[in-house]
Design a protein around this ligand. Structure first.
Ligand code: IDP
Ligand code: MG
Length: 155
C-alpha cells in the first residue's frame, strides 16, 4: 500500500471544512496512518514549496499557509498518491472539476483547501518532512477486505 501526505490548509481550517473533507477520504476507503495539528513556519514551507520560492506570489503563499494551524495527514491505500490527487482536483479552484475537493470548495488558485503529494518521490519526502517515524501507524482497519479484493491487497 502507498502512503501520501495531505495538508488541510488554513482555508480548510478557517472555513470549517475539515470534517467534510476527512469524511470523503474515509468514505473512499483510505487509511489514516498519521494525523496531527501543527503551525507551519517559513523554514518548513521553503522546503515544502521549494519549487515555488522564486515565484512572485510566494510571499503571499507563505502568509496564507501560516495564517492558522494546519492539519497534516498521512493517508494510505492502494495507489493512494494518484487517488488523492484525483480527489483533490486542479490547483486553481476555478478550474477544478465539480466533485473534486477543490472543485467543490475552492474558488482560488492560492486558497485551495488542501495540499496532496504529487508523485512517489515527493510523497516519501513529504511524509518524512512532517512526521516522525513513531507518528505513522502501521495498522489495518477491519473493513479493508471490503474496500479491496484479496488480489488487490496482496500487491
Ligand atoms: P498543487 O498544490 O496543485 O500541487 P503547485 O503548483 O505545487 O500546486 O503549487 C503549490 C501551491 O502554491 C498551490 O496549491 C497554491 O496554493 C499555490 N499556488 C500555485 N500557483 C499559484 C498561483 O499562480 N498563484 C497563487 N498561488 C499559487
Ligand atoms: Mg504541488
Amino acid at each position: 500500500m502507498e502512503k501520501t501526505l495531505v495538508i488541510f490548509k488554513p482555508s480548510a481550517i478557517e472555513r470549517g471544512l475539515v470534517g467534510n473533507i476527512l469524511t470523503r477520504f474515509q468514505q473512499k476507503g483510505l487509511i489514516i496512518a498519521g494525523m496531527k495539528m501543527m503551525m507551519l513556519d517559513e523554514k518548513i514551507l521553503r522546503e515544502h514549496y521549494s519549487h515555488l520560492v522564486d515565484k512572485s506570489f510566494f510571499p503571499l503563499l507563505l502568509k496564507s499557509m501560516m495564517a492558522s494551524p494546519v492539519i497534516v495527514m498521512c493517508l494510505e491505500g492502494k495507489d493512494a498518491i494518484n487517488v488523492v490527487r484525483l480527489m483533490t482536483g486542479a490547483t486553481n479552484g476555478r478550474e477544478a472539476l465539480p466533485g473534486t475537493i477543490r472543485g467543490d470548495f475552492a474558488s482560488s488558485n492560492q486558497e485551495n483547501i488542501i495540499h496532496a503529494s504529487s508523485c512517489p518521490e515527493d510523497a516519501k519526502a513529504e511524509v518524512a518532512r512532517f512526521f516522525k517515524p513513531e507518528e505513522i501507524f502501521d495498522w489495518v482497519p477491519v473493513n479493508i477486505p471490503f474496500v479491496y479484493s484479496a488480489l488487490e491487497i496482496e500487491k
